[in-house]
Design a protein around this ligand. Structure first.
Ligand SMILES: [Zn+2]
Ligand SMILES: [Zn+2]
Length: 447
């Protein structure tokens, strides 16, 4: 019994504000508890055990407190990731630091998950249900963490550590799945194919942005690389002997422009010409381009892939140039937002004083490999604001925001909201049923 939390050889005060303490020896987290006007320091686990079984409000306060206690370590982790940007499939340092942090909090670690060297899985608890937090940690060439994936990793780590409290009280498992190369080639797509996410009842991720929104509008997307092979000749002396590969790709580009006017709203076709010849006085013998095709559904994406290919084939026929093409094997699926999960997240963000929208009124479209996860597991892909509305992702200004105090605060709030959402699922079977039922309906063939 103590009159107030006080220094002790085995305790050090982590936060003067919260007066939460941690044992130096065992890293056990203590919280102050007032009873009959006197202060006690009690182990968090003991407090959790003494709570009534369904007291979600108490567990949510404990979750918030746990992340406040971890603030210093999480901020340090986030800034370290930001200062050491690594491209997709090369995120070795990030994986090391994240695994070190999670094993310090008694998670068991599996490396090379799904056969990817920079993927991992950290697990705490036993049995079902299994709730997964997903981390991304890849950066962009030249720009570093201009998509703020250092913050995604931080929020997932914080959420996983705090959600242990709910797993301990209610039973079940929480895990953090480290997913590489979101920007480069959709690491999650390969992990889906390897069955990594199958055991999850829900997958939760939160991305930094410039608004607080609980869902994401992500389109199905595929990359098409094309090349035309013609025949070089002197452009003035012997144009009759040449086959113009540049003409072929320009014709195809013009056909795509015509096609664009007659496709479903929400679908997108865009691309660039990456090779148009070597010199103005040589009939180009080679041309190349990269194009992206996007749509709101996978069946319509496949239909569009055929129509786009027809544009390239007809240009080959018109010019006599030979066409070679390759659709990327990784097809991004559209995001299937689970609204039951999104509603829980909104309520929890609101509790933290962050007014969060259920949907983006501006319907900003992109594509993410989280879409593929959302087709097999009920998924949440929220956004939290770290900067002004005008600042776009993938810019230097966004990279600065990703290591600012606003950035860290956003990640910690998202961690709290995600951990509280996990508590909602583990602590109240009705919530989980709602999430499951909606998911089953949304993935029926007729849906
Ligand atoms: Zn990005
Ligand atoms: Zn991103």
């Amino acid at each position: 019994m103590l009159n107030k939390p006080r220094p002790n050889p085995y305790w050090r005060c982590i936060s003067l504000k919260s007066k939460t303490c941690i044992s130096k020896r065992k890293q056990t987290v203590f919280m102050p508890l007032q009873q009959n006007g006197k202060w006690y320091l009690r182990r968090v686990w003991d407090i959790i055990r003494s709570m009534s079984d369904n007291n979600l409000a108490n567990i949510k306060s404990a979750v918030i407190k746990m992340i406040d206690t971890e603030k210093g370590s999480l901020e340090e982790l986030s800034l370290k990731l930001h200062a050491n940007p690594e491209l997709g499939y090369q995120e070795y340092k990030a994986v090391e630091w994240l695994c070190e942090y999670l094993s310090r909090h008694n998670f068991s670690i599996e490396r090379n998950t799904g056969g990817l060297k920079t993927a991992f899985k950290a697990t705490f608890g036993q049995g079902k249900p299994v709730i997964g937090f997903l981390a991304e940690y890849d950066a962009l060439p030249q720009l570093g963490h201009a998509c703020g994936h250092n913050l995604i990793a931080t929020a997932a780590a914080g959420a996983a550590v705090a959600a242990r409290l709910a797993a301990k009280l209610y039973g079940g498992t929480v895990c953090l799945i480290g997913t590489p190369a979101e920007e480069l080639s959709g690491g999650k797509i390969q992990m889906v194919e390897k069955g990594v996410f199958k055991e999850l009842e829900a997958a939760l991720i939160a991305h930094p942005g410039n608004d607080d929104i609980a869902t994401t509008q992500a389109l199905a997307c595929v990359t098409l690389n094309v090349e035309y092979f013609g025949k070089e000749s002197h452009a003035a002396a012997h144009p009759d002997k040449g086959i113009n590969a540049l003409d072929a790709i320009v014709l195809a580009y013009t056909s795509l422009n015509s096609l664009r006017q007659h496709i479903e709203p929400g679908a997108r076709i865009h691309g660039i010409i990456t090779d148009g010849g070597k010199a103005a006085n040589i009939v180009p013998g080679h041309s190349a381009g990269t194009f992206l095709i996007r749509s709101q559904t996978l069946p319509y994406l496949r239909e569009l892939m055929d129509r786009v290919l027809d544009c390239f084939k007809s240009a080959a026929q018109a010019t006599g140039a030979r066409l070679e093409y390759r659709f990327d094997k990784s097809i991004y699926a559209p995001m299937n937002n689970n609204m039951a999960l999104a509603n829980l997240y909104v309520t929890n963000m609101d509790m933290l004083g962050r007014k969060t929208l259920l949907e983006d009124p501006e319907m900003n479209f992109g594509s993410t490999d989280m879409g593929n996860v959302s087709q097999i597991v009920p998924s949440l892909h929220g956004y939290y604001s770290i900067t002004r509305k005008e600042v776009s992702g993938h810019t230097e200004e966004f990279a600065s925001a990703a290591c600012s105090s606003n950035g860290i605060k956003g990640a910690l709030d998202a961690a709290k909201a995600m951990a509280m959402t996990a508590a909602d699922l583990l602590g109240n079977p009705a919530n989980l049923d709602k999430v499951r039922t909606e998911f089953q309906k949304s993935t029926r063939p007729s849906a």
